[in-house]
Write a protein that binds this ligand. Structure first.
Ligand code: GRF
Length: 202
């Protein structure tokens, strides 16, 4: 059984999809803890499921690296990230760039879901940027996190055709309809060993 630490910043619908999947005894992963950088509304999904949560705020640390160390320690307290059975850290809507020391600590057992077809439209405004660029197709990417911004090895992608005149929130919602099952399926494949994470994130 693969142990997961899920990191979120927002509403947590991807987290909710993983929680629902993990209710199935046949799903090969379980959520050990859910962390955030802020009072994310999505933490309520974990609390409702009786899963431990924590908040590690960047402003309580002197530097990004120190924030990463505190976040890493909180995850490790829940049995993810060390030893022969390190589990997997899943950034599912965490709106922060993880510092290099954190990435080195967990890599390659550290994945992210991003609402664009990487390498196109990395960064925090992927859906807006795709619309602004006039993209006719965009989508979602699940990838290993490396020390860059949305640059790590791509694991799985799904694409969406952009509709004429749709808003950023409409397009993002349609992307998320694909994103949730793609994340659940990718975690399943990692847990079952059919998808092997590239060593050192590269
Ligand atoms: C997802 O589209 C994720 O890729 C992006 O933010 C969104 C989070 O959605 N970084 P939710 O909080 O899981 O509903």
């Amino acid at each position: 059984m693969l142990k997961l630490a899920v990191l979120i910043s927002g509403g947590g619908s991807n987290l909710q999809a993983l929680l629902r999947a993990a209710e199935d005894p046949d799903y090969p992963a379980r959520i050990a803890c859910v962390g955030s950088d802020t009072d994310a509304p999505g933490l309520a999904h974990a609390e409702a499921a009786g899963i431990p949560t924590f908040i590690v705020r960047p402003r309580d640390s002197d530097s990004r690296e120190e924030w990463g160390q505190v976040l890493a320690a909180a995850i490790q307290e829940h049995g993810v990230g060390s030893g022969p059975d390190p589990g997997l850290v899943v950034s599912a809507g965490l709106m922060r760039i993880l510092p290099a020391g954190f990435v080195r600590e967990f890599s390659p057992n550290l994945i992210n879901t991003h609402p664009a077809l990487l390498p196109d439209f990395p960064g925090a405004h992927a859906v807006r940027d795709a619309l602004a660029a006039g993209a006719t197709e965009t989508g979602v990417t699940v990838h290993v996190i490396d020390e860059g911004v949305d640059t790590g090895p791509v694991l799985r992608q799904a694409s969406v055709t952009v509709r004429h005149g749709e808003s950023e929130s409409e397009l993002h919602e349609r992307i998320k309809e694909l994103e949730r099952p793609l994340l659940v399926q990718t975690v399943r494949e990692i847990a079952e060993g059919g998808l092997v994470l590239p060593p050192n994130g590269g």
